[in-house]
Design a protein around this ligand. Structure first.
Ligand SMILES: [Zn+2]
Length: 318
């Protein structure tokens, strides 16, 4: 979406998020992406641990859907089925029964496949936030609510900011003796975070703080493949961060080979993701920001977040 000024941008966003024009735009995006990337934009790397398989499905030009399979019962949930054909192909290839769609938010590039998959899989439920107008929603969720699919146990986290009812999902790893898995939608990306379309930087900060509180070894499965651009942006801010330099080198290599860069971990992200580092002096110095004498710490961190987000928006626009 071109950023031709705040008013034009707001009108464009409203048309995309709230009208049929947005759906038509999404349909065109799907068609173009299928032509351009007949095998997906990236080479996915499935992950298995005892009893669970996570299959990233590259869709559109940089989105990920995730098929999460309970391998004992061959039942599955899908997170953000943007392109129903790509998701259906994965379901057939894996030979699983789709029981749930876990939708992070209403934007069509995350929810556009809900309707077609519901029609095909009659017993499949659609989960998401009631305040986010998710297409085909059957089971509205509240913050911290649990969704079970076979042996899989997901906790919904209300994480507003990108949209008013954005939900992220944490798969409990304990039953599988593995790490937790965080499906973050457009809240958190590798070295990035989502645009703040429907909230304030204070709202987004609280949502990012909830992500940062997850266990360090939690695997991060984001809604988009934005790693290279986000790390390049972050390295303009923190030029002396060895963890950042190392990750950028690895991601650059992965992308040369068009390999997916997920998952990352929450522990890793805290080392280089500027949107999770609003408390860091190095970042404050890079931005030229200091707390004001009467400013509480969280208000200051929200101001830091706003400034990082503003710079990232400009970086992307150029
Ligand atoms: Zn979005």
């Amino acid at each position: 979406m071109a950023l031709a000024g705040p008013l034009a941008f707001r009108i464009g966003y409203s048309l995309y998020a709230r009208t049929r024009l947005g759906y038509l735009f999404y349909k065109r995006q799907v068609k173009k992406a299928r032509e351009r990337y007949p095998h997906g934009h990236s080479v996915p790397q499935p992950l298995m641990f005892r009893g669970v398989k996570i299959l990233p499905i590259p869709v559109l030009s940089n989105n990920y859907s995730y098929l999460v399979i309970d391998t004992c019962s061959n039942t599955a949930a899908v997170v953000d089925p943007s392109d129903p054909l790509a998701v259906q192909a994965a379901i057939e290839q894996e030979g699983v029964t789709l029981q749930a769609i876990l939708c992070t938010h209403k934007h069509w590039d995350h929810s556009g496949g809900n309707s077609a998959l519901r029609q095909r899989h009659g017993s499949c439920k659609v989960y998401g936030s009631a305040c986010d107008a998710v297409a085909e929603l059957t089971n509205p969720l509240a913050d911290q609510e649990i969704v079970t699919v076979g042996q899989l146990c997901f906790k919904a986290l209300l994480t507003p900011g990108h949209t008013v009812g954005h939900m992220a999902y944490v798969l409990d790893g304990k039953p599988f003796e593995g790490p937790a898995c965080f499906f973050s939608g457009d809240l958190l990306f590798l070295s990035g975070c989502g645009r703040i379309f429907e909230g304030t930087s204070e709202t987004m900060l609280a949502s990012l703080d909830a992500a940062a509180e997850l266990a360090e070894d939690t695997l991060l499965w984001p809604g988009h493949e934005y790693a290279l651009e986000c790390l390049m942006f972050a390295s303009l801010l923190e030029q002396e961060n060895p963890a950042l330099a190392q990750k950028l080198q690895w991601v650059t290599q992965q992308r040369v080979e068009k390999r997916s860069t997920c998952p990352s971990t929450i522990g890793e992200e805290k080392e280089y993701n500027p949107f999770l580092r609003t408390h860091c002096r190095e970042l404050h110095r890079a931005l030229g920001l200091q707390p004001l004498s009467d400013e509480d710490w969280d208000s200051f961190r929200a101001r830091v977040l706003r400034e990082v987000r503003r710079r990232k928006d400009l970086y992307k626009a150029n």
